[in-house]
Design a binder for this molecule. Structure first.
Ligand SMILES: Cc1cc2nc3c(=O)[nH]c(=O)nc-3n(C[C@H](O)[C@H](O)[C@H](O)COP(=O)(O)O)c2cc1C
Length: 444
């Protein structure tokens, strides 16, 4: 009989919530993004629940939105990912530490070195979320007026990844003999000078740090476009999906499997983990009240433009506390309009509630009890829409406690999630193989 598949769980911890008003929720830690004590406590709590990893996003600029909206965002002041993860490495023992670094504004040598350092400091718990950066404001922080063209960014990311992987393999795992009697620290025959030359990168190498404990930190990716999916299929070991329906997630999952097959990579080479916000209550009704309360904290004036954009018509004249009026067909996206109309009618939302819902967090959200959410997760796992989830918290610390104290025990009761870490490294948590060194085999 085939072994039961178990879920993998990552925790989106930077920013601590993707809900626009999460920091305003009663009892929320409003300063959590810049409070290292809070972040350490959350990482330790997630580790006690045996999460695979904590994940830190990064954007190299403030979010690209008008000041009236930006001034309400808790994302504007957060730590640089690898600095934060190094601090979390020292205050945790087992949980994986995944950091986002862009291939558009960095140099491969720096990136290889920083992730190798994190992997050694943490005892093999590092992961790199490879992003190409879509915010044009980031370009303006690095001497450019604009980003490269979308697919060209992905081409560059592929090459960047190749150089970083080459640098990580600079040293054989047995290169450092440290023979105090002879005075020889390493064996030069076990050192590779990469000497990478192309129009984009000139990197001699070798890297000035030993090969990472995991051979290579785990590669994460979140691209959704054709170029993004292909980069993920070629290089990634975990994909953060962004599908909002099970149907979409299954089709994404199957598409990645097809790409892996075409590339000759094993079927299970990649773990696919859609992002999911968890809003819980003791009863379904309580969870819905909780969500409504959270959404009500989103500033109406700031989310109206989002509603207008999604409906394809100006919503500013609608009566905020009435149901949505009849919306004529427009030339804008029909599927988006249909999605918004269906949401409003299914949940009986007023114009204000609808705008606040879409402005707070528009992605996949599981709302319910520990039992109903565990049912949904199990269903996504069994339907091959997910190998696990990248959990988003509506606010901290209560949103984290809901997951660790109620949802995780329910998943464990169903044998869908580990009750202890079986391994020490992030690769082991994710059941991913240790990569061999491209240049060296271990001497027998
Ligand atoms: C869970 C998740 C986390 C992401 N984190 C970041 C991030 O930290 N920085 C970033 O620039 N982009 C981030 N992205 C955006 C993706 O890298 C990518 O640009 C986006 O999904 C669009 O993909 P596409 O360019 O292939 O269309 C994230 C996406 C997802 C789904």
């Amino acid at each position: 009989m085939a072994a039961t598949r178990k879920l993998h769980l990552c925790a989106f911890l930077k920013p601590v919530s993707l809900h626009g008003a999460g920091w305003r929720y009663p009892g929320a830690w409003a300063d959590a993004n810049l409070n290292i004590g809070h972040l350490k406590a959350l990482a330790q709590q997630l580790e006690r629940s045996c999460f695979d990893a904590v994940f830190t996003a990064d954007h190299l600029a403030l979010l690209n939105m008008p000041m009236e909206a930006l001034q309400r965002s808790h994302t504007v002041s957060t730590f640089e990912p690898l600095t934060l993860l190094s601090a979390l490495a020292a205050s945790t023992d087992r949980i994986g530490l995944v950091g986002t670094v862009s291939t558009s504004f960095e140099q491969p040598y720096h990136v290889a070195r920083r992730f190798a350092s994190l992997d050694h400091i943490s005892g093999g718990r590092a992961g790199w979320n490879v992003v190409t950066t879509y915010n044009p404001d980031a370009a303006r922080n690095f001497g450019n007026q604009d980003l490269r063209e979308h697919d060209d960014r992905y081409r560059l990311a592929h090459e960047f990844h190749t150089v970083v992987r080459g640098l990580w393999d600079s040293w054989a795992d047995d290169a450092f003999i440290r023979d105090q009697a002879t005075g020889l620290y390493f064996d030069p025959a076990r050192l590779q000078v990469l000497d990478y030359q192309s129009p984009e990168f000139a990197v001699r190498g070798p890297l000035n740090i030993a090969r990472p404990i995991q051979g290579a930190p785990v590669i994460f990716q979140a691209g959704a476009s054709e170029a993004g999916r292909q980069l993920a299929a070629e290089t990634a070991e975990v994909i953060f999906g962004s599908e909002t329906t099970l149907e979409g997630a299954c089709s994404f999952y199957a598409d990645i499997q097809r790409r892996l097959l075409a590339l000759g990579r094993p079927e299970l080479a990649i773990r696919i983990m859609p992002g999911a916000m968890i809003i819980m209550g003791e009863t379904m009704a309580e969870a819905q009240v909780h969500r409504a309360r959270l959404d009500s904290l989103v500033d109406y004036a700031q989310c109206l433009p989002t509603l207008s954009r999604l409906l394809g018509c100006d919503a500013s004249g609608f009566a905020p506390d009435d149901p949505l009026p009849e919306i004529p067909q427009t030339n804008e996206s029909q599927s988006t309009r249909a999605f918004v109309l269906e949401l409003a009618s299914r949940e009986g939302l007023t114009v204000r509630q609808l705008a606040q819902r879409l402005g707070g967090y528009g992605g996949l959200t599981f709302v319910g009890t520990a039992t109903s959410i565990a049912d949904e997760m199990e269903h996504w796992l069994n339907a091959r829409g997910a190998d696990g989830f990248n959990i988003l918290f509506p606010h901290v610390p209560l949103g984290v406690a809901d997951v660790t104290d109620r949802l995780v025990p329910e998943l464990q009761r169903r044998s869908l999630f580990r009750t202890n870490y079986e391994g020490a490294t992030l690769r082991e948590h994710l059941r991913l193989p240790q990569p061999g060194n491209a240049f060296f085999r271990l001497k027998t």
